[in-house]
Design a binder for this molecule. Structure first.
Ligand code: ADP
Ligand code: MG
Length: 228
């Protein structure tokens, strides 16, 4: 199998849904060690993305949809996370280029470029208590799954599992980047909101890939006829 534009647009819609469902949780996490706007910021951004998604031309490829997310997040999300995630989606779009179908290697390249985009912009390392604590384990797990011969869905599921563990790993540490770094030891015991939202976004990628995969597997091995 491979993942194309249907998966990417499903992923984006699911991201918007999940961010909206977890809006209050993300606000609460950010209130504990930041300024309380993270859930609001991302919900505003992904709601704006949803509004533009239907305008994508029918011949769009995954990279086009990722680029739409990037430009929309950069222009609508205030705070640190807008430019950081915007750069992630922009670099992810660049990594997949004009490719209409993404295989496992392309999925790993997409995730790696996204993570590298966040690092380029924010200069955080693993252990700084930022969204990088979700992204880097996700990239590493995806690369390991690819090397193990896993398929696209399994690669994304490995990435999502690692991102969730990564978000959890931000709880016992102090922050060295972002607003939470002003708190010193007082940040200990609180999960970083950006690592939590990134884990949600990566889980949404895995869930939609699994759903696309099972719907593609229904019926026969023949083309499902969705193309006109
Ligand atoms: P702000 O901090 O401006 O209010 P948000 O609340 O939307 O912005 O986002 C905060 C999140 O951004 C943090 O939880 C953290 O994960 C992430 N973040 C902040 N600074 C950096 C950085 N330099 N590198 C990576 N992620 C960062
Ligand atoms: Mg904030």
């Amino acid at each position: 199998m491979s993942l194309g534009i249907t998966w990417v647009t499903d992923w984006i819609r699911q991201s918007a849904r999940v961010i909206s469902e977890h809006r209050v949780e993300l606000i609460t996490l950010d209130r504990e060690i930041g300024d309380g706007d993270h859930g609001e910021n991302l919900d505003r951004g992904f709601t704006a993305v949803l509004g533009k998604l239907d305008d994508l031309p029918p011949d769009s490829v995954p990279g086009d949809a990722l680029k739409l997310v990037a430009t929309t997040l950069i222009s609508t999300v205030g705070g640190a996370s807008g430019p950081l995630l915007g750069t992630a989606y922009l670099k992810a779009a660049g990594a997949v280029g004009k490719e209409p179908e993404l295989n496992g290697a392309a999925i790993v390249a997409l995730l790696t470029a996204a993570r590298d985009g966040v690092v380029l912009r924010g200069k955080a390392e693993v252990g700084d208590k930022t969204m990088i604590d979700a992204w880097t384990p996700a990239v590493d797990a995806a690369a390991a799954a690819l090397a193990d011969g896993k398929n696209e869905v399994e690669i994304l599921q490995a990435a999502a599992d690692a991102a969730e563990k990564g978000a959890e790993s931000t709880e016992p540490i102090v922050a060295r980047k972002g607003r939470a770094s002003y708190l010193g030891e007082r940040a200990i015991g609180h999960r970083d909101p950006g690592s939590q939202s990134s884990a949600l976004l990566i889980r949404a990628a895995a869930d939609t890939a699994a759903a696309d995969d099972s719907s593609a597997g229904e019926g026969s091995s023949a083309d499902d006829g969705s193309a006109s």
